[in-house]
Structure formats: C-alpha cells, structure tokens
Design a protein around this ligand. Structure first.
Ligand code: TRP
Length: 348
C-alpha cells in the first residue's frame, strides 16, 4: 500500500487519543434539565470524558421534529450548554457542539434515508407515541427521527452510545442502517452499542411517586437544575409520603425509597443512616426528613445553577465553546463523509 501512507505521523499524544473508543451522545434542547438527567446522564458524561474520545452535542435539529416554533430555541441551546458545563463537562476534553453546526450530519442523513424503509420507521414506538400526542404534525422529519439519530452517531463512527432504555430501539436501528450501508457499499461503519458507565445507574423517580422526573411535565414533582433554593425546599416539602411504617424493618414504598435514594446522593451518610434507622424503628418523622433533604438538595444544586447562569450570560464564552466544539466535530465528520463518498462512488 505504498501510495497510501499518511501525510504526517500523528504525535504520541494524538495516537493515544485515536486509540480510545469513541463515545457519543445527544441532548435535545427541549425543556429544562433535571436531577434525573444529572444522575442518569450528565454525571456519567463527566466520567467518560476522562477515558474515552467523547462527542456530546445539542440535538437542535431533532427538536424541530416536535417543536417547529424556534423562538425559544436559542436560549434553550445556550442553557443546555451552560448546564452541562456547570455539571463538569469539559469542552477541552470532549468535543461539545451543536448539531446544526455540523452540516456533514445532514449529508449522511440524506444517504441513510435511502436505506431506511417507511414500514420500519412507522413501526417505531416513539414515532407512534408522538403521532398520538400530536396528530396534526406528523411530518417526515418525525418519521425519520431515527435516521437522523443514526447519522449523528455514524458521522463519528462512534461505538459506544450512552442512552436510556427509551432510546435503545433507535440505537438498534442505527446498527441496522450501518449494516445495510456496509453491505451495499463496503465496510465503513463500526456498529454502535448502548453504553452505560456501569450497571449501578441510579433511577430518580418523580416526587409524587408517579413515574420519572420530566423535562416539561409534572414540574412540582421534578427538581430542575435551574430551581431556586426556596423552590427546591418547597418541592421536597410537598413530596409524597404517608403515615409511616407500622412494623419494624417494613419494606419502603417506591416514593419513600426514592427520597432515600436522593438523600444518599446529596446528604451526609450520617444523616441518611439516622433516618434509615428511624424508618426501621417506625419513628421516622417525614417532615424532618424532607426538611433536611430539602436543605441538602439546595446546597447540592446551588453551585451548578449559579455557574450555569453565569455561563449563560457570557455570550463570548458560549460562542467560543460552540466554535471550538464545531471545529473538532467537523474535522471528524469530514473524514467520515470523505470515506462515505468514496465508498458510494460520489467522488467524481
Ligand atoms: N434521541 C435522543 C433523546 O431523545 C437524543 C439524541 C439525538 C441522541 N441524537 C442522538 C442520543 C445520538 C444519542 C445519540 O434523548
């Protein structure tokens, strides 16, 4: 392969980086980030950026499939960037960018659309849910949402994709599209897999005991990273409890278990142990527990919220981050598009 030698030799540091596996995930800029996002996703991204070659991005194109009104988009994109950085995402370690800054993704989306079948797209449960919720806006972008997501992943030839259960089917489709492409045009893509930092993923339930915390619904039962100290304390005061256990060592109902989970994440171990013992002796006073948890939670959230707010107000810094991220992402994306075009014979 004499003619195919690289033009330059990567430095040892670059070589090390190139050997790391590629991790990629996207965050839709719809609604406000909450504790479930923090413990289920963001905190893991922060750990992953140390050991992997990470690409994290704000999926603004995806948000158009359900949110055609773009008035609030700019501030939502800024907020999501600021909140992730405030949580510890480091734009010098990971490539952190906005999807629409990388036009190569749209090009790959176009090619993959030719390999995606209408029938399989119509069967996707998330599509059917959105049709049911919004029957007046069943647009082609909504139908091809999984294709765009596949393009997001394959554009960097990522192999590890940290996503929740609700996204696993989309990921399976990304694998199918990649396989079809490889089969038709030659081996270009590695097959991406779901990836979670470890199995001890914490589940955060909503404070009223009804399902998960939500980016947009159920706001009094969800703790957002942008909530004030007072609001956090108020939400915890209102969290669902009951009359308390009547037999020692009794199993906790879900909503009580959830309060203990939250305490284990933000309170001193001594505090958790005390209330745990009180529960087991049937002496727990939920009012005291929730007051303590409210204070500890506010202390946990405050620095993240304040830092995120400061970043949101610093448009020079935000712009610098977005430009820097776009540059890194486009470099990798351009490499893939070149290989894709060559494989397809679109290189006249
Ligand atoms: N669909 C994902 C969600 O709703 C967001 C997303 C878009 C994504 N593109 C992605 C996640 C690529 C992982 C990889 O949460």
């Amino acid at each position: 392969m004499l003619g195919k030698q690289p033009k330059f030799l990567p430095s040892p540091l670059m070589q090390k980086d190139m050997q790391k596996e590629i991790v990629l995930s996207g965050i839709r800029p719809t609604g406000y980030l909450h504790l479930g996002n923090y413990f289920g996703a963001m905190r893991n991204y922060v750990r992953m950026q140390e050991d992997y070659n990470c690409y994290f991005f704000v999926a603004d194109w995806h948000s158009l499939t359900t949110h055609p009104d773009t008035k609030a988009l700019r501030s939502s994109v800024h907020r999501v960037i600021a909140e992730n950085i405030a949580c510890g995402l480091d734009p010098d370690k990971a490539a952190f960018y906005v999807q629409s800054d990388v036009p190569e993704i749209a090009e790959l989306y176009l090619y993959l659309n030719m390999l995606a079948y209408k029938g399989e797209l119509e069967k996707v449960p998330t599509f059917k849910d959105k049709v049911r919720l919004n029957p007046d806006n069943v647009n082609a972008g909504l139908l091809t949402y999984p294709v765009l997501m596949a393009a997001d992943i394959l554009i960097h030839r990522a192999v590890k994709v940290p996503v929740g259960k609700d996204q696993e089917q989309h990921l399976e489709m990304a694998r199918n599209f990649a396989e079809r492409f490889n089969h038709r045009y030659g081996e270009v893509f590695a097959l991406p897999k779901a990836f979670n930092f470890n199995s001890e993923l914490v589940k955060i339930m909503s404070l009223d005991g009804k399902g998960k915390m939500s980016k947009s619904e159920n706001q009094m039962a969800t703790i957002y990273l942008s909530d004030s100290d007072e609001l956090i304390q108020k939400k915890l005061r209102k969290a669902q409890t009951d009359q308390g256990p009547s037999t020692p060592g009794q199993q906790k109902p879900d909503y009580i278990e959830n309060l203990f989970t939250l305490a284990s994440l933000v309170s001193d171990p001594g505090v958790v142990n005390k209330f745990e013992a009180d529960y087991n002796n049937c002496q727990i006073r939920y009012g005291d527990f929730k007051k303590q948890l409210g204070e500890d939670m506010a202390r946990f959230i405050a620095p993240i919220r304040d830092r995120a707010l400061a970043i949101q107000q610093d448009s020079a810094y935000l712009n610098k981050i977005m430009r820097h991220g776009a540059e890194k992402a486009r470099e990798s994306a351009a490499r893939t598009i070149k290989i894709v075009r060559e494989a397809m014979g679109i290189n006249y």
